[in-house]
Design a protein around this ligand. Structure first.
Ligand SMILES: NC(=O)c1ccc[n+]([C@@H]2O[C@H](COP(=O)([O-])OP(=O)(O)OC[C@H]3O[C@@H](n4cnc5c(N)ncnc54)[C@H](O)[C@@H]3O)[C@@H](O)[C@H]2O)c1
Ligand SMILES: O=C(O)[C@H](O)COP(=O)(O)O
Length: 525
């Protein structure tokens, strides 16, 4: 009988379902990482919320682990690459707590508008300070939504019901979807300049970290009120404190903090600052939803191999799996490459299969392309929900099969359409199972897309590769593989290098400063 550990506080429904399905379950919460390491080897499944950190170290000790189930949305507490490399499936419950979290954001918006916590404390101290607490109305105010995914769209719907005007910044939001949601799609600077209230609903990624930085907070309207129910790290907490102290920011409400549990913070005690201890998902209804979903999903997987809402595995029948697996790895890499390189809101994507690939079931391949593509924007996407999310967001997805065979016996081509035009990448399988990029934006380049990669577009000039190599050497960046392609002699050239470590902004800026460099970006696979 498979055995599951529930390591974070979860609704009792989860344990009930595991037991009724024939899965043995232990509920042991509040363990330190060391204590968890000592017992994790006994379990086939681990059911968590946000407290348990599923690190590489824990996974190393989890010799029997097959599945991690997150009763909730964010999986930033799980090392997904480490889990994938150990064959551990990671699942979440992407919709079970969205309404509840959106309601918390709205509750905090009201609390800020009317200074409810301070008014409550003062009244209960017998002060009756009727003149101290002058609030603002929400009606006709502008709400700036940063991130218009599941939770963001529910917040927008509620805010429109409150007769607010909603402006949204989300690179993934299409004009059509914005119109459907009744919001105005704007760029970040416009949102900062126009919003009376700003609410954040993005995952924490390299692009969103510090999205409300000191610099961006300075661009906000005087008197702005800020709400963060998404992830700590989206707002610069020190700059927020300065803005509140100076009076530029009229109020701020944080449910999430850079360091959690947040036992101390310079923000604590600041007038017009409200905080809650990561309560976004904490309602009876949401906790029952996510507990039931995670227990059902994990039981299905452990008992029959059924896969739902996995972040690192497609849903597949046992017969198709071996043949499709390398194609899906190729598809996800091509999607991820084009997602990381495409600029501007995506409008459409076409997935073409040629040669042997044309004979395969296209759905898992499409799912893998879309999951790779959208992972640049959301960490809740997986191969199963990617096509649904793409449809919901108005992305035009086309699948094309060509019977013809070109230079390769099998080929996948992914073309994305943005407002700036079309961009296309193509790849094949070497030896029927090794994914290889063979074309990038019309340039022939052969590369294995893996790990940390440096992407450089430069003018094809003698001496350039030497200069780049010397710079990498000086900076102590070790090159793993080196791939080169060019449009024509003396024209535009592309370099793709796999390197042994992460590259920071300062390093990329030095590459960008080399003569002839047009673009330099860090890519992750
Ligand atoms: N406080 C809580 O208890 C609580 C509860 C649930 C979810 N969350 C968090 O809320 C966040 C949103 O959840 P969701 O379900 O709506 O996720 P989602 O994936 O449906 O939506 C995220 C949105 O952010 C957008 N986005 C990505 N990068 C962006 C960028 N650079 N700028 C602007 N927008 C960008 C994406 O395109 C997407 O539309 C997640 O981080 C989740 O972990 C917190
Ligand atoms: O991402 C989520 O689902 C929320 O952050 C909820 O986290 P919790 O389950 O720890 O309340």
């Amino acid at each position: 009988m498979p055995k599951v550990l529930i390591s974070d506080k979860m609704d009792p429904k989860a344990a009930e379902i595991f037991r009724s399905r024939g899965v043995e379950v232990d509920e042991i919460t509040g363990k330190t990482p060391e204590e968890l390491k000592a017992i994790i080897g006994n379990y086939d499944g681990l059911a968590i919320r946000s407290s348990t950190k599923v690190t590489q170290e824990i996974l190393d000790a989890a010799t029997n682990l097959k599945v991690v189930g997150r009763a909730g949305i964010g999986v930033d507490n799980v090392d997904i690459p480490a889990a994938s490399s150990r064959g551990v499936v990671v699942m979440n419950t992407p919709f079970g707590n969205s309404i509840t979290t959106a309601e918390h954001a709205i509750a905090l918006m009201f609390a800020l508008a009317r200074q409810l916590p301070e008014a409550d404390a003062s009244t209960q101290q017998g002060k009756w300070e009727k003149n101290r607490f002058m609030g603002v109305e929400l009606t006709a105010k502008t709400l700036g939504l940063i991130g218009a995914g599941n939770i963001g769209s529910i917040v927008a719907e509620r805010a429109l019901g409150l007769r607010m005007k909603v402006v949204a910044y989300d690179p993934f939001l299409t004009e059509e979807r914005a119109i459907e949601m009744g919001v105005e799609k704007v760029d970040l600077d416009t949102l900062l300049a126009r919003a009376d209230f700003i609410t954040l609903h993005t995952p924490l990624t390299d692009q969103t970290r510090n999205i409300l930085s000191k610099e961006n907070l300075a661009k906000t309207k005087k008197g702005v009120r800020i709400i963060n129910c998404a992830r700590g790290g989206l707002v610069d907490e020190a700059a927020l404190k300065e803005g509140l102290d100076s009076g530029h920011i009229a109020g701020a409400a944080l449910d999430v903090f850079v360091t959690e549990p947040a036992k101390e913070s310079p923000l604590f005690g600041t007038p017009n600052f409200i905080s809650t201890p990561h309560l976004g998902a904490s309602t009876t209804e949401a906790q029952v939803n996510v507990a039931i979903q995670v227990a059902e999903q994990m039981s299905d997987f452990l008992l029959s191999g059924g896969v739902t809402n996995a972040l690192n595995m497609p849903s597949l029948s046992a017969e198709e799996a071996p043949r499709l697996k390398p194609y899906m790895a190729l598809a996800e890499k091509l999607g991820s490459l084009v997602g990381q390189l495409a600029h501007g809101a995506l409008q459409g994507v076409s997935i073409e299969a040629e040669g042997d690939a044309a004979a395969l079931n296209q759905k898992p391949i499409t799912g893998a392309v879309l999951a790779g593509l959208m992972r640049a924007y959301t960490d809740t996407v997986n191969m199963v929900n990617a096509p649904f999310l793409a449809k919901e967001r108005g992305l035009d997805v086309r699948e094309v099969r060509h019977d013809r065979e070109g230079d390769y016996h099998t080929l996948l081509r992914v073309t994305v359409r943005t407002r700036d035009g079309e961009r296309s990448v193509a790849g094949t399988l070497f030896g029927d199972n090794k994914p290889r990029l063979v074309e990038l934006f019309g340039i022939q380049v052969e590369a294995d897309l893996a790990g940390h990669m440096l992407y450089v577009v430069n003018a094809d000039q003698p001496g350039f590769i030497g200069r780049l190599g010397s710079l990498l050497g000086e900076k102590g960046v070790n090159i793993g593989t080196f791939h080169l392609g060019r449009r024509e002699a003396g024209g535009e050239a592309i370099l793709l290098l796999s390197v042994d470590g992460e590259m920071d902004k300062a390093f990329l800026d030095t590459v960008r400063a080399l003569p002839g460099v047009k673009t330099a970006m860090a890519l992750e696979f």
